[in-house]
Design a binder for this molecule. Structure first.
Ligand SMILES: C[S@@+](CC[C@H](N)C(=O)[O-])C[C@H]1O[C@@H](n2cnc3c(N)ncnc32)[C@H](O)[C@@H]1O
Length: 363
């Protein structure tokens, strides 16, 4: 018997909507993005996803920050006070709440004692009521509907997240926890360490293959290499950095895991690797803010691209992240053998940046 489709709300870093959609459709059977509310705020875009897969399957997506099962969706909430009444009604009348709680139980075992819950409310757009008014309205409606539940400030078993984006009201029960976006593999973090979900996107856009020889030539604390290791099979992972502290941090973060993997101290403009020996390269270049300088980047970027055109084999993918978009665009245009493909805008620690996807030309 065909599984019934459920609707989920998925949070992603603004700019990564397309990459996350691609990853979810590749990783989770019968899963489709039906709607996107981009850049809800600086940190979050919201995707509406339909899937017949078990609730836990979506938690396997690595480019996704958080997953919720939908309990209410009202597209026409008034900006005036009647809007609050509509929100109360959407929660009070929701036919999805009980099923959503079962999905939460399926993913996160029910704790002993009373069900504890917490409401997190967010709002974008102009309304005559405040974010806290929405939160209180939802708290009271849930408490009336589930008298046995207990409202708590923190550490709740059930988190109900509600978002009002202009006239659209969406509510969902959280299935993920903080480990989905923060990961627990990082023993050592360096100042310029990349957000794991962005690193996972940097892997996804290199179209991973099981026989990949995957290179991060400026690996910092190793986030991109670890995300490649957790994204699927590979033949060899290669990483390095000119900073011995970065090499140390990467070795600490990988420990005895993810073999075969080789980490070295090197200069990425002169790599001890054979020509055309790498199938995919993904790296987070120095922005010239915390590391290096805009002046240094003017000569560094062209030198890096020349060396990477040598080591990546024809047809191979490169993913390059920087805030120096003009400089990289110009350097790519001048570099023979590298074909610029897409620029995916993304905010990195609040800095407008972009992931450049690039193909190594075939002869
Ligand atoms: C933005 S950081 C990478 C952060 C990394 N993605 C992470 O998550 O930790 C850039 C790295 O490039 C390294 N780097 C800069 N110039 C280099 C060069 N010529 N050769 C090798 N590494 C270099 C820096 O030491 C720094 O660790």
């Amino acid at each position: 018997m065909a599984r019934k489709a459920n609707t989920y709300l998925v949070h992603v870093v603004p700019g990564l909507e397309g990459v996350a959609q691609q990853e979810m459709q590749e990783r989770v059977a019968d899963t489709h993005v039906t709607d996107a509310l981009s850049s809800f705020d600086e940190r979050t875009s919201l995707l509406v996803v339909r899937s017949t897969a078990p609730p836990g399957d979506l938690l396997r997506a690595r480019t996704v920050e958080d997953v919720f099962v939908l309990v209410a969706d009202d597209k026409h909430v008034a900006p005036g006070r009647t809007g609050l009444a509509q929100i109360r009604k959407a929660i009070a009348d929701s036919a999805m709440l009980e099923a959503a709680v079962s999905s939460a139980i399926a993913v996160r075992p029910r704790r002993k004692g009373k069900v504890t819950f917490r409401v997190i409310a967010r709002k974008a757009g102009t309304h005559s009521y405040r974010r806290v008014d929405i939160q209180t309205a939802v708290e009271r409606t849930l408490a009336a509907r589930f008298p046995a539940w207990r409202l708590v400030e923190d550490g709740a078993w059930l988190e109900v997240w509600v978002s009002l984006v202009g006239e659209r009201f969406l509510a969902g029960i959280r299935l993920s926890d903080h480990s989905m976006r923060q990961r627990d593999y990082r023993a050592v973090s360096l100042p310029a360490a990349l957000k794991p979900t962005i690193a996972a996107a940097m892997v996804q856009v290199t179209h991973p293959e099981p026989d990949d020889v995957f290179l991060d030539p400026m690996c910092g604390s190793g986030t991109i290499l670890i995300e490649r290791a957790l994204a699927g099979r590979y033949r060899l992972l290669l990483g390095g950095d000119r900073d011995p502290a970065a090499v140390e941090a990467t070795l600490e973060n990988i420990g005895p895991r993810y073999k075969p993997i080789e980490i070295r101290q090197w200069n990425a403009t002169n790599l001890p690797l054979d020509t055309a020996s790498v199938s995919a390269l993904s790296t987070n270049l120095p922005f010239g803010k915390q590391i290096g300088s805009p002046e240094e980047n003017k000569t560094l970027y062209p030198a890096l691209l020349q060396e990477w055109a040598r080591v990546v084999h024809p047809g191979g993918w490169l993913a390059l992240l920087t805030s120096e978009r003009t400089l990289l665009r110009r350097s790519l245009n001048r570099q023979e053998g590298l074909i610029a493909d897409e620029e995916i805008p993304v905010l990195v620690r609040g800095v407008p940046s972009a992931i450049f996807t690039v193909r190594r030309a075939r002869p």
